[in-house]
Design a protein around this ligand. Structure first.
Ligand SMILES: Nc1nc2c(ncn2[C@@H]2O[C@H](COP(=O)(O)OP(=O)(O)OP(=O)(O)O)[C@@H](O)[C@H]2O)c(=O)[nH]1
Ligand SMILES: [Mg+2]
Length: 689
């Protein structure tokens, strides 16, 4: 099918902490919707959506993959995302283009650190969500505790839609509170449909009180329900659906369902809920796109007849060619159309269009607003770029791309491989904007940088798996940052005579430290003291941007600074671009050197779960690393320890934690902030100590 019916289309993602069961749920969705005929398990390396060799070997999702399936009257474009923080860009790009999401929590572990991270990402893009508390079959599963954590940690309002029948190993089904029926889930070999029966008498009271809470939540979005509720009149289930749907689409409530995906329980009601509560592309407010010609923001409703506008949210290198994932917001495209990349001012031709099923493709001839598809033929478009038609240029806001904190030197083993290495790395960079490559000017080594040890390990392995290149890798290193500690104002003139032509530039500017996390701000205001024409202003901006990237002493980028141009006279025929670039660069180096430069190191937020008996050992080792313990909570026999620790101390921590806890401790870690680096590091890079 080429174009999907818009009203019944659901573009959804599955998001959660590592291991909560996203891929296991996705596999069941594909199975029960008839898209696949056999269930493949993650731990057997057989799940459809984990198609990459390394995903199958490691039993984790690395790259988000998508597929389309049909559930009753609904069409679902589904993206299964990874939970590990090193692959956070995959969640980011998915949430940027999705209309709704299913957030999964483990019934045992509850709201974990990455659950919080992905929840915040979804908040940022205002993605409506429903929730699944999974693993209800496991010992210690407690949905009430998870609901409380959703309230406390995510500051969200969950609405419990089901009650569990049985617990842990006897978990056998759920009570559907709205329809007031008991659902059990037969072995899928026998039947794909839940079996409905009456609510057992023992549940009566619990059902009445839980159902009342749903009605109260619905009443917040429909006054007539509130009135009928107060007058104790019966309220049709359809009216409740409609009101809840409104609350979900507005992002105010989050219906919660229960299941055990591995045991094939709870999936069909979840799919029903995707259709009932999550929005179609038509239900969402129009997207905003900037028209660079009129310089006006335009509102684009999801309309196939509107101007063509799509976001390239993912690029995959497939046998050396680019496969570009597109979310179409407005208009339509056909095979052979020429599209315009408004930011890069570049025309490109769509060679082919596909609908994806994990990494398999189905050719289609056209696609329209609301859909998620892939295209070949686009050579230049990168993640976050907007495609449109040249007669109506449009630019959508891009996505948040976190900066790398870990680097790794790589070297090819053979001479032939050396030639293949850089082109292969370039292809991997198309795919992943959080992965960077540079040559070290001093050693000539190729340095990869990325989000974490696992991220770079995966990239290095892909060089072998996808490109047949064997590399030797160095030890992972911290990617530091530089900053300054005091403001400096400088007046700088540059004048030379080169090849018979004079080159001149003159500027006065200040460079000021900003508070941590501010980034780099360069201001070139328009006032009477700055008479540079536009192209020279741009040249100066570029020069400063690059200077910040290159840093002052250590080669690491300079951050948390503001550079403001105060004066820049323009003398026609005398001030030149080369002069402006030279004065910008020289002025920057001198001012930055005077501004008391220093080095910052990344600090990581750590959450460790350890059996209580080993917690003392774990805490002692964290303290030895210069970590700051933020808190500790006990639940059952497990302790959860939260701490902040410099990344430089964390390489190889997995092995250390395993040996300290007899293999029973686990941890997650994510970047928290940059902080002053210790004296040894300052000295190593030649900063004053
Ligand atoms: N007992 C039990 N185990 C489950 C359930 N769902 C998933 N699992 C297991 O939990 C492990 C992780 O499941 P995945 O589906 O890979 O989790 P994920 O969220 O996709 O993980 P990442 O992609 O790595 O973030 C696998 O071994 C599953 O078999 C469940 O309902 N009950
Ligand atoms: Mg997965």
């Amino acid at each position: 099918m080429s174009s999907l019916p818009l009203k019944s289309l659901r573009n959804i993602g599955i998001i959660s902490h590592i291991d909560a069961g996203k891929t296991t749920v996705s596999e069941r969705i594909l199975f029960f919707s008839g898209k696949i005929h056999r269930i493949g398990e993650v731990h057997e390396g057989a799940a459809t959506m984990d198609w990459m060799v390394q995903e199958q070997e490691r039993g984790i999702t690395i790259t988000a993959s998508n597929t389309t399936c049909q559930w009753g009257e609904y069409w679902v474009n589904l993206i299964d995302t990874p939970g590990h923080i090193d692959f956070t860009i995959e969640v980011e790009r998915s949430l940027r283009v999705l209309d709704g999401a299913v957030a999964i929590f483990s019934g045992v572990e509850g709201v974990q650190p990455q659950s919080e991270s992905v929840w915040r990402q979804a908040d940022r893009y205002q993605v409506p969500r429903i929730c699944l508390i999974n693993k209800m079959d496991r010992v210690g599963a407690d949905h009430q505790a998870v609901l409380e954590q959703i309230r406390q940690r995510l500051h969200a309002r969950p609405v419990l839609m089901q009650l569990p029948i049985g617990a842990e190993s006897t978990f056998s089904g759920v009570i559907d509170l709205l329809a007031e029926r008991a659902l059990s889930f037969p072995d899928p070999e026998q039947s794909h449909f839940p079996v409905a029966g009456p609510v057992p008498e023992s549940f009566r009271e619990a059902v009445d009180s839980a159902r009342e809470q749903i009605v109260e939540a619905a009443a917040d979005f429909d006054d007539t329900i509130l009135n009928d509720f107060l007058e104790a009149k019966p309220i049709a289930v359809e009216r409740l659906h409609k009101a809840l749907r409104k609350g979900v689409v507005e992002g105010k409530i989050f219906p919660v369902f229960l299941g055990a995906a591995l045991r094939n329980k709870g999936i069909q009601p979840l799919l029903d809920a995707v259709g009932l509560y999550l929005p179609s592309p038509l239900d969402l407010p129009p997207v905003q796109a900037f028209n660079p010609v009129t310089e006006v923001n335009e509102e684009l409703p999801c309309d196939p007849k509107g101007p063509f506008c799509a976001m390239a949210f993912k690029v995959l290198s497939d046998e050396g060619r680019k496969l570009t994932y597109l979310r179409i917001y407005s208009g339509e495209i056909k095979v052979g159309d020429t599209v315009f990349n408004a930011a890069r001012k570049h025309q490109e031709k769509i060679a082919r269009l596909f609908r994806m099923h994990s990494h398999k493709r189905e050719r289609i001839m056209e696609a329209q607003a609301g859909d998620i598809i892939t295209a070949t033929g686009l050579k230049d478009a990168l993640t976050g770029d907007t495609l449109c038609f040249s007669e109506h240029p449009l630019i959508l806001s891009g996505l948040n791309i976190p900066d790398p904190v870990v680097s790794l030197a790589v070297e090819s083993r053979s001479v032939e491989d050396r030639e293949k290495l850089l082109p292969a790395l370039e292809k991997l960079q198309w795919e992943d904007p959080t992965f960077r490559v540079r040559e070290d000017a001093d050693t000539g080594q190729t340095i990869l940088s990325g989000m974490g040890e696992l991220h770079l390990e995966v990239v290095a392995r892909r060089l072998t798996d996808d490109f047949g290149i064997v590399v030797k890798t160095g030890r992972p290193q911290v990617v530091y940052r530089e900053t300054i500690q005091k403001p400096v104002t400088r007046h700088e003139i540059f004048e030379i005579e080169a090849e018979g032509k004079g080159q001149r530039g003159e500027i006065r500017f200040t460079i000021t430290p900003l508070k941590r996390g501010s980034g780099v701000h360069i201001h070139i205001p328009a006032d009477e003291k700055i008479t540079l024409p536009e192209e020279l202003r741009q040249a100066l901006y570029d020069t400063w941007e690059r200077s910040c990237q290159a840093g002052i002493r250590s080669g690491y980028p300079l951050i948390d600074v503001e550079i403001v141009l105060l004066e820049a006279p323009y003398i026609p025929g005398i001030t030149t671009e080369m002069g402006v670039r030279a004065v910008g660069q020289k002025g920057f180096s001198l001012a930055a050197a005077e501004a008391s430069p220093t080095l910052l190191e990344p600090i990581m937020a750590l959450e460790i779960v350890s059996p209580g008996e080993f917690s003392g050992k774990v805490l002692a080792s964290l303290q030895q690393k210069g970590g700051r313990i933020e808190g500790m909570e006990s639940r059952g026999e497990l302790d959860t320890i939260r701490a902040e620790v410099p990344l430089s101390q964390m390489f190889g921590y997995m092995t250390e934690l395993r040996s300290a806890t007899k293999g029973r401790g686990t941890f997650t870690m994510e970047f928290s902030h940059f902080s002053q680096a210790p004296k040894e590091d300052l000295a190593r890079f030649g900063f004053p100590v």
